[in-house]
Design a protein around this ligand. Structure first.
Ligand SMILES: Cc1cc2nc3c(=O)[nH]c(=O)nc-3n(C[C@H](O)[C@H](O)[C@H](O)COP(=O)(O)OP(=O)(O)OC[C@H]3O[C@@H](n4cnc5c(N)ncnc54)[C@H](O)[C@@H]3O)c2cc1C
Length: 481
């Protein structure tokens, strides 16, 4: 433990994932004496078991797919398949994670935050009891310390979960954590769940040469996205040879694994089920929040179905206790956790300019191929709210840089309120969509109408032009479409 002369802090942050460390660093920048507690490595799910390692592997997969088309670009590579060296993919993944981890670790010192390695538990709203890790990292071997904080932020995040009756074993039945520890490449994979995590892994394994079957209980893959985006992704997946079963129905006891592989008896609702086999089954069925055994029962904070209830400033019902990140449910994204962390800390210091969280202004990003990114309302959500809307849709085919890059599937869609002219939603599916949505994020933060996005000059030739074109298309003024 690196605790100084006193165990009293202005702010204690319990959990050092993206939410927790962002809150801790900003708190220190605002002049607070901050303790940051984690039983594991700084960086949490995103850095060690989520965003970063998955994107590193997806990059290898996309590179592999690109190389297959080398001849189209006038590059004659030796004939035959490109060999996939999965241990090297895993090594590169782990190197990137380690490098990022070292970088963020150095920021603890730079920001003058007190790092406390151990398992923490609230003891009332303003006290955290930490069972310290030993010198060698052994949990609890370093004794116990009581920390007192004027304010406490709970940022204990989430963990993988499976479906009832399906027991991941890391051999045939995997969770995302297992994939990210694995150094072997399966020849065939069944993925259960077509949310962001499921479609990313499905896309990755397909690009690395595996046979992939994707099962989704709901009628659409990426079911939270605009329906046109879901349909476009399903079309693209089908074209790439991924087998997609929506409305998928199976009984957990039909899942059988042995030395050869794993099988499941599944079919679309109302149709005959049949057995499919693969070398590996990946359960991508969402996350469980870490709200147990953290002492919430010693406070008056409200927890409903695993979610800590907070207001727009991340305040729980207990004065001085805040909660951020995956434990408060909702989008469960790293950048949202970070934003919530900053909102909590600015609220704590009484910043008069702090805004309540507005989740309609939080971008969402999925790194399958083609990528998906969105912000604001989907067309279906607008309809459900009875909002008067106009929409525009411009395909990536209209954008020169997309053709140059050789990836031009997908589109940008903008939704505006007919009465007020406000931008209600921006939806992208296509190359580098996850980078392009940053402009949508700025636009919604500044409350820009589509014409204001369109009036900004987008450099040519760039993929960013699709934002300008789609924004102008709302008023029938797209130039290149
Ligand atoms: C496979 C996968 C891919 C993802 N990809 C993306 C992506 O591309 N983009 C994106 O935005 N999001 C992505 N996410 C989601 C993102 O990782 C999470 O939303 C984000 O990590 C949440 O941050 P957090 O700070 O709330 O919690 P976490 O990152 O989960 O951190 C919580 C921390 O609290 C610690 N902790 C828990 N309990 C205790 C305790 N009692 N005492 C001490 N420490 C404790 C844990 O050790 C952990 O370090 C992905 C998630 C997964 C699983």
């Amino acid at each position: 433990m690196a605790v100084g002369s006193s165990n009293d802090f202005d702010l204690i942050v319990l959990g050092a994932g993206t939410g927790g460390y962002t809150a801790a660093f900003r708190g220190a920048q605002l002049g607070l004496r901050v303790a940051l507690v984690d039983e594991d490595k700084l960086g949490g799910t995103c850095l060690h078991r989520g965003c970063i390692p998955t994107k590193a592997m997806l990059e290898s997969a996309a590179f592999n797919e690109r190389i297959r088309h080398a001849a189209d670009y006038g590059l004659n590579l030796p004939a035959g398949d490109v060999g996939v060296d999965f241990p090297q993919i895993a090594k590169r993944r782990d190197q990137i994670v380690t490098r990022m981890w070292k970088g963020v670790t150095s920021l603890v010192k730079k920001n003058d935050v007190t790092w406390i390695a151990g398992r923490g538990r609230l003891d009332g709203p303003q006290k955290v009891v930490v069972k310290l890790n030993g010198e060698d990292g052994t949990p609890g071997a370093g004794g116990e310390v009581n920390l007192r904080g004027t304010d406490v932020i709970l940022a204990t995040g989430s963990r993988v979960k499976s479906l009832p009756g399906i027991e991941p074993d890391g051999k045939r039945i995997f969770t995302s954590d297992d994939v990210l520890k694995s150094t072997t490449m399966p020849a065939s994979v069944i993925v259960i769940g077509a949310g962001a995590v499921g479609v990313e892994f499905a896309s990755m394994y397909k690009d690395l040469g595996a046979e992939v079957t994707l099962l989704e209980y709901l009628p659409a893959i990426v079911p939270l996205e605009d329906r046109e985006v879901s349909k476009e992704l399903e079309r693209t997946f089908n074209r790439r040879g991924l087998k997609v079963i929506t409305n998928a129905r199976f009984d957990a006891d039909s899942v059988k694994s042995d030395d050869e592989g794993v099988s499941i008896t599944v079919g679309p609702e109302g149709k005959d089920r049949s057995e499919i086999r693969a070398e590996m089954l990946l359960v991508a069925a969402g996350r469980a929040t870490n709200v147990e055994n953290v002492g919430l029962e010693t406070t008056s904070a409200e927890v409903e179905r695993g979610i800590v209830k907070v207001d727009g400033h991340m305040r729980t019902r207990e004065p001085h206790l805040y909660a951020i990140g995956d434990v408060v449910g909702g989008l469960m994204l790293a950048h949202t956790a970070g934003h919530e962390g900053m909102t909590a800390v600015h609220t704590i210091v009484g910043d008069p300019d702090v805004h309540a969280m507005d989740y309609a202004k939080q971008p969402r990003a999925t790194y399958c191929r083609p990528e998906i990114a969105s912000i604001g309302l989907t067309e279906q959500e607008c309809e459900a709210r009875g909002l008067p809307i106009r929409t525009s849709k411009v395909p990536f085919q209209a954008i020169a840089k997309a053709l140059i890059g050789g990836e031009y599937e997908g589109f940008a869609k903008v939704i505006a309120n007919t009465d007020t002219g406000d931008t209600l939603g921006i939806h992208l599916i296509g190359p580098h969509a996850t980078d392009l949505i940053a402009e949508g994020s700025l636009a919604l933060t500044l409350e820009a109408a589509p014409w204001e996005i369109g009036v900004a000059t987008h450099p040519h030739p760039t993929l960013s032009e699709i934002m300008g074109e789609a924004a102008m298309a709302i008023d029938g003024r797209s130039i290149n479409w």
